[in-house]
Design a protein around this ligand. Structure first.
Ligand code: HSE
Length: 400
C-alpha cells in the first residue's frame, strides 16, 4: 500500500479522492500497488462527506507522517502552496499538482529541489486539464525538435466565447454558468484576462523548447473586449473567435503570445468548442499532432493528477526528468509578430481598402456606421500606423 495526502478539497482535490477510490483497481493494475488517501488537508470541515474521518487542518500531520509518500497539491494560488510543496519535497515526498500559477512562478526551482531529494514534482494537470500534453512533450516527443505550440488552453473562455457565438448569450451570463460548473478560477479575471492561458503556454513552451520562458514575458490579451458585433462579423466571414496561446521557435528566439484570434475552418482549433481544450504541436520529425480533451472540471483534471500520482508510485526512488530548465529563452517582442488581422473601423472605407487583402472591405447592414476588413500580412504596429491615415480603428483581432 502506498499512502497519499491531498491538500485542498476543492473541485480538483475532491475529484482526485473520487478517482483514486473509483479507479483503485485500474491504478493498481498499472502501479502494482494500491494507493490510499490517508489525509485530506483543508481549512473547512466536511461533515457527512466521505473524507470526514481523514480530514486534517494541520499540514504538519502530513509532513511528519513517514507513511505518506505522495502529496497532491490542489490548493491553488502561491501561498501557502509554495511553502507546503517545498517542505514536502525536502522531506522526501513526491508532489503532484494542478496548480499552474505555482508551476509557472516556481516550477523550475521546485523541480530542482525534487531532483536534489530523489523525488518528483509532477504537474500534468497544470496545462489543458485532463489532456496528457505534458507527458507527451516530456516523454513521447523527446526525439523531436518542436517548432510550434498552439492551443486553446482555457476552458472557461472557450465556453464563454462558444456560448456568445452559438446562443447569443451575454458575456456575464456565460461566465456565471462556467463558474457554476466548476470551470472558472476563484478570481475569474485569471481566465477572462488571459492570465491562465498565459501561464499554460509559458509552461508548455518552456518544455517544448528546453529553455525557461517566464509567463511575465508573454504578450497577453484577454476576451473582455470581444462583443456581439465581433461575433456577427466572425460568423459572416465563416470564422470563430477563440482565445489562443501560440509560440514559435524563430531564428533569434521564441515568439509567444495569448490573444483572441479569428480563425477559420482551415485551423484545427476551429471545432474545439465549449469547455474543451486542444493543443497543437509541430515537430521536425513528427510533423503536426493535436491533443484534444476536457480542459477543466473536477474529474478530467483529477484524471491528470492521478496519472501523475501513479507515475510517482512507479518511480518511488527515482526522479523523472521534467524538462523544465534554468536557462532562459530569448523572447521576441510581441509587436514584431507579423500576421493578418481583422479590423473594424470608421472613416474612409474606399481609401482603407488598400489595406484589405483579397476579401476586400466588409459592410454589414447591422453596423451602417462602420466597415471591416482582413489585412494583408504585417505587424500590428505597422497596421495601426497605416490605419491611422484612414480613420478611427474600433477593433483589431488577429487572424489565426
Ligand atoms: N480555469 C481553468 C480553465 C481551469 O477554465 O481552463 C483549468 O485550468
Amino acid at each position: 500500500m502506498i499512502y497519499a495526502a491531498v491538500m485542498g478539497y476543492g473541485t480538483v482535490g475532491a475529484g482526485v479522492v473520487q478517482v483514486l477510490t473509483m479507479n483503485r483497481d485500474e491504478v493498481k493494475r498499472h502501479t502494482g500497488e494500491e494507493i490510499a488517501v490517508k489525509y485530506v488537508l483543508d481549512l473547512r470541515d466536511f461533515p457527512g462527506s466521505p473524507v470526514e474521518k481523514i480530514l486534517t487542518h494541520n499540514y504538519e500531520d502530513i509532513l511528519n507522517d513517514p507513511e505518506v509518500r505522495i502529496v497532491v497539491e490542489t490548493m491553488g494560488g502561491l501561498r501557502p502552496a509554495y511553502d507546503f510543496t517545498k517542505r514536502a519535497l525536502m522531506a522526501g515526498k513526491h508532489v503532484c499538482t494542478s496548480n499552474k500559477e505555482l508551476v509557472a512562478e516556481h516550477g523550475v526551482e521546485l523541480c530542482r529541489i525534487a531532483a536534489e531529494h530523489q523525488v518528483n514534482y509532477l504537474f500534468e494537470a497544470s496545462c489543458g486539464g485532463g489532456i496528457p500534453i505534458i507527458r507527451a512533450l516530456n516523454a513521447s516527443l523527446t526525439a523531436d525538435r518542436i517548432e510550434m505550440v498552439e492551443g486553446i488552453l482555457n476552458g472557461t473562455t472557450n465556453y464563454i466565447l462558444t456560448s456568445m457565438a452559438e446562443e447569443g448569450k451575454e458575456f456575464d451570463d456565460a461566465l456565471r454558468e462556467a463558474q457554476k460548473m466548476g470551470y472558472a478560477e476563484l478570481h475569474p479575471e485569471a481566465d477572462i484576462e488571459g492570465w491562465d492561458a498565459c501561464r499554460k503556454i509559458a509552461i508548455l513552451s518552456s518544455l517544448a523548447y528546453g529553455q525557461h520562458i517566464s509567463y511575465k514575458d508573454v504578450h497577453t490579451v484577454g476576451i473582455t473586449e470581444i462583443d456581439a458585433a465581433d461575433m456577427t462579423y466572425a460568423k459572416a466571414a465563416g470564422c470563430k473567435i477563440k482565445l489562443i496561446g501560440r509560440s514559435c521557435r524563430e531564428e533569434k528566439g521564441v515568439s509567444i503570445l495569448v490573444e483572441p484570434m479569428m480563425i477559420g475552418p482551415e485551423n484545427q482549433l476551429y471545432s474545439v468548442d465549449g469547455v474543451m481544450n486542444a493543443v497543437f504541436v509541430r515537430g521536425n520529425a513528427l510533423g503536426d499532432a493535436m491533443l484534444y480533451g476536457s480542459g477543466a472540471g473536477s474529474l478530467p483534471t483529477a484524471s491528470a493528477v492521478c496519472g501523475d500520482v501513479a507515475d510517482c508510485a512507479k518511480h518511488l526512488n527515482k526522479t523523472i526528468r521534467t524538462g523544465l530548465t534554468e536557462e532562459n529563452a530569448s523572447v521576441l517582442p510581441a509587436g514584431n509578430v507579423p500576421g493578418r488581422f481583422f479590423v473594424r473601423m470608421d472613416g474612409d472605407a474606399g481609401k482603407a481598402a488598400v489595406l484589405a487583402g483579397a476579401g476586400g472591405v466588409m459592410r454589414l447592414p447591422e453596423f451602417p456606421e462602420e466597415f471591416a476588413f482582413f489585412s494583408e500580412q504585417m505587424t500590428e504596429e505597422e497596421l495601426r500606423t497605416r490605419c491611422a491615415a484612414f480613420g478611427n480603428v474600433r477593433k483589431i483581432i488577429r487572424r489565426g
